[in-house]
Structure formats: structure tokens, C-alpha cells
Design a binder for this molecule. Structure first.
Ligand SMILES: Cc1cc2nc3c(=O)[nH]c(=O)nc-3n(C[C@H](O)[C@H](O)[C@H](O)COP(=O)(O)O)c2cc1C
Length: 409
């Protein structure tokens, strides 16, 4: 695979460079004035809202409003170092015009590793791979960030050799559930340090920023949860206590990387799947605190962005989140976006950026293709051959088989 990589990347880059110039996605960071409504009006009545640059608090400029959502893909080496397939897939999306590329969730400490083939950012040995990845992703002008992750109770002893830990100990009637031990003060001090160290490593590798994975019921989300975190020692119980870990991690990361490095947080605003014990108003308050703590963006993981909140069915979460945050803190929103019209609707609700997951897997050139108002994205199921054509490796295809009707049988 490694031997094929460069020619393949070169071919993709050559084929797409003209299209990238057309949408303002160039190897140079764009000036804020580069894309104006006038420049895009002739090809689509509201498309320009997806193709204008965005300047973050950190000073970083994202060339358009379309992000690749973090997507676990199992393509890293067994020891967490970057695999060539992972690089090829992310490079394909960078060449496809995504203005912001987020990597998959990457573990900050081995005791937080949750999957085979998960990317590691836990030690300096991973630096050469990360450096190669950062350089490749930034070649086309995308902002590149790594999602920092600790699985908590959803990590596994099979990979770490250690019992999993979390805010409290509980038993779930779920297959392969590993009962966690209760986190000690030493665990918490260590994990805060691990997030900060990982962020510094990502910065040293040449990335533009990090996103802290505070969503989907992983460690930071477990601590935010009213049901999973009844601790009475200042790290749980009331909202101040439950938010303490994510806030201390955020502050430690910010202190380590400085103001000019992008730091964001991904949150589940309400319960969904394994994210449990969350309340909309608590999540909005946490977002506000995180803005005080210095984040550049809050990334709302919605899964179904066409739906209203569960708590207040007449209100959509994005305007609520937007209203909580200072204007210079960006809102990213993800969940169920397929067409440009879907993305524009979410921008209209107040999202500064939209993030695509499954639509990006099926359409790695989505930002270029969606420039044509007549274009319609490809939707699943895709055959294995079609996925291979999109730089999705057999290992990633294996992972995608867990998603109903994604891979054609
Ligand atoms: C294959 C796959 C892997 C994912 N891995 C991650 C991940 O590593 N981190 C994360 O925060 N979300 C992850 N997600 C959630 C996506 O980032 C996204 O929020 C979700 O798929 C909804 O967006 P979509 O409808 O555009 O796919 C994953 C989703 C899929 C389909």
C-alpha cells in the first residue's frame, strides 16, 4: 500500500486542484475577502454560505464552512501509529475540498483505548506519523485537527491490560460491558496531564488544533452525566462538579498550547445512544463555561440535525447553542447532512460550520461537487468496489459493516 500511495495522492491532487481553486480552497490560506456572494451567485442561490472563510478565535482561517466529522476507521497500526490507509483516506477528503479535517478519535493514554486500529497520541513514538499526516492534510489548505479521546468505561482491558475506570462503578446489561473501577484523584490528575501532553504532541506534529471528545458517552461525557457521575468529592454530583473534568482538561490543554492553537470541544447536548444523563440546559451551561475557558468552537453532535430538542420540541438546538456563546466562538453542527440544502439550512439556524460523516465517506469530494446546484450526493449502500474507489480500505469497510445498510451485501 505504501508504495502506491504517492502516485495515487498525486493523481487525486492533480484532478482536483482546478476545482479547489474554483471554490477558494487553495494551498494558500485565503484572505477573508476571497469569497463573496457575488463570486458564487452565478452557480447557486445560497451556496455561498458554505464557501466563505471563517476566522476562529485562535486566528486560524478555515477556507470554507464544510468540515469532515471525526470518523473512527480502525486503520491505524496495532500500536496506535498512523497507518498508510488512514493517511490515504484523510488525504482524499482534504483533496476533496473539506475546509476543516478532523481525524478519528485518538487515545491520549493506553487505558483510554477503545478499539483495534485506533490512532494513538499517547507517546512521542507516534510523532513521525502524525507529522506526515499534518503535512499532507495542510497541503491543500485545509485546517487539520486531531480529536483527543479517552474511552473511560468504554475503553477495554483487552487493549490496555488494565481494568477500565470511570466516574463511578456500575453494571450495564450490555454485551461485553466491563465494570469500571471508580476514578481516583490520581487518575484524574494523570488524565488531565495526558490530554495536555497529547495536545502538545499534536501541535509539535504541525496540526492546527485539537478537539476534545466530550460527546457520545466516553470519559468526559461520563463525567458530565447526572446518572453516571454521582460523586461527592467535587468531581461529580452537581453540574459544577460534573463539568469539572472537562473544564480542567480544556484549561490544561489551552495553557499548554497557547492562544494561537485551535482548541474545540465536541458535546452531545442531550441523551443519544451511549451518551446518557445529559440535560439540554446543563449542556448549554457547560458550553458557556467552556467558552470562558478559552475554546475556539463547540461542536454539537446531533445525529439528526433535522430534529428539535427532546426537552423543548418546538426549539432547535443550534439557535439555542449559538445564543449561549460569544460571537467569536464558532458552532459546528453534525448529524444527518447529505445535501447542500441540508447544510445551508443548518447554517441558517446558526451553525458556523457543518460537519459531514457518512455523506463524506460516500462523497469524499462533497465540497467540490456540491458547488454545482444540480449535484446530488451518493447515498448508501455502496458496494465494496465503490468504497475502495473512495479510498476506504478493506479494514474501514469492515468497520462500516457495523452500520446498517451502509455496505451493499
Ligand atoms: C464510521 C463512523 C465513525 C465515527 N467515529 C467517530 C469518532 O471517532 N468520533 C466522534 O466524535 N464521532 C464519530 N462518529 C460520529 C460522526 O462524527 C457523526 O457525528 C455522525 O456520523 C453523524 O453525522 P453523519 O450523519 O454526517 O454521519 C462516527 C460515525 C461513523 C459513521
Amino acid at each position: 500500500m505504501a508504495a502506491d500511495l504517492e502516485p495515487l495522492e498525486h493523481a487525486v491532487a492533480t484532478a482536483t486542484s482546478k476545482a479547489r481553486r474554483m471554490i477558494g480552497h487553495t494551498s494558500k490560506r485565503p484572505r477573508a475577502s476571497r469569497l463573496r456572494p457575488r463570486a458564487t451567485a452565478r452557480i447557486g442561490y445560497r451556496l455561498w454560505v458554505l464557501y466563505e472563510p471563517l476566522t476562529l478565535r485562535s486566528g486560524a482561517v478555515i477556507p470554507n464552512r464544510i468540515a469532515l466529522a471525526p470518523l473512527t476507521n480502525g486503520q491505524s497500526l496495532a500500536d496506535g501509529r498512523l497507518g498508510d490507509d488512514e493517511l490515504a483516506w484523510l488525504a482524499r477528503c482534504a483533496d476533496g475540498g473539506f475546509g476543516l479535517i478532523e481525524t478519528c478519535a485518538a487515545y491520549v493514554g493506553l487505558d483510554g483505548k477503545a478499539w483495534d486500529g485506533e490512532l494513538g497520541v499517547d507517546r512521542d513514538e507516534v510523532l513521525p506519523g502524525l507529522t506526515r499526516l499534518a503535512a499532507r492534510l495542510r497541503r491543500g489548505g485545509a485546517l487539520a485537527i486531531v480529536q483527543l479521546f479517552h474511552g473511560g468505561v468504554r475503553a477495554t482491558q483487552r487493549l490496555s491490560g488494565e481494568q477500565v475506570w470511570s466516574a463511578s462503578s456500575w453494571q450495564e446489561d450490555a454485551p461485553a460491558f466491563e465494570v469500571p473501577r471508580v476514578a481516583t484523584a490520581r487518575d484524574l490528575a494523570r488524565v488531565i496531564e495526558q490530554f495536555a501532553d497529547a495536545a502538545a504532541r499534536v501541535q509539535a506534529a504541525g496540526f492546527d488544533g485539537v478537539e476534545l471528545h466530550g460527546a457520545h458517552g466516553y470519559l468526559l461525557s461520563q463525567f458530565l452525566s447526572a446518572t453516571m457521575n454521582p460523586r461527592g468529592d467535587g468531581w461529580g454530583g452537581d453540574l459544577v462538579g460534573r463539568a469539572r473534568l472537562i473544564r480542567e482538561v480544556t484549561r490544561a490543554v489551552r495553557a499548554r498550547v497557547g492562544r494561537r492553537f485551535t482548541v474545540g470541544v465536541r458535546l452531545s447536548l442531550e441523551d443519544w445512544g451511549s451518551a446518557r444523563g445529559l440535560d439540554l440546559d446543563d449542556s448549554l451551561q457547560v458550553s458557556r463555561w467552556l467558552a470562558d475557558d478559552g475554546v475556539d468552537f463547540i461542536h454539537a453532535s446531533l445525529w439528526r440535525s433535522d430534529q428539535m430538542t427532546k426537552k423543548r420540541p418546538d426549539q432547535h438546538p443550534i439557535p439555542l447553542l449559538r445564543a449561549q456563546l460569544p460571537r467569536d466562538v464558532a458552532v459546528i453542527a453534525a448529524g444527518g447532512l447529505w445535501t447542500a440544502a441540508d447544510a445551508i439550512a443548518l447554517r441558517d439556524r446558526g451553525a458556523d460550520l457543518v460537519a459531514l460523516g457518512r455523506a463524506a465517506i460516500c462523497n469524499p469530494d462533497w465540497p467540490i461537487a456540491a458547488r454545482d446546484p444540480a449535484w446530488q450526493p451518493r447515498r448508501p449502500p455502496l458496494t465494496r468496489g465503490e468504497l475502495l474507489e473512495r479510498s476506504v480500505s478493506p479494514v474501514f469497510i469492515g468497520y462500516l459493516e457495523r452500520w446498517k445498510n451502509f455496505v451493499a451485501t
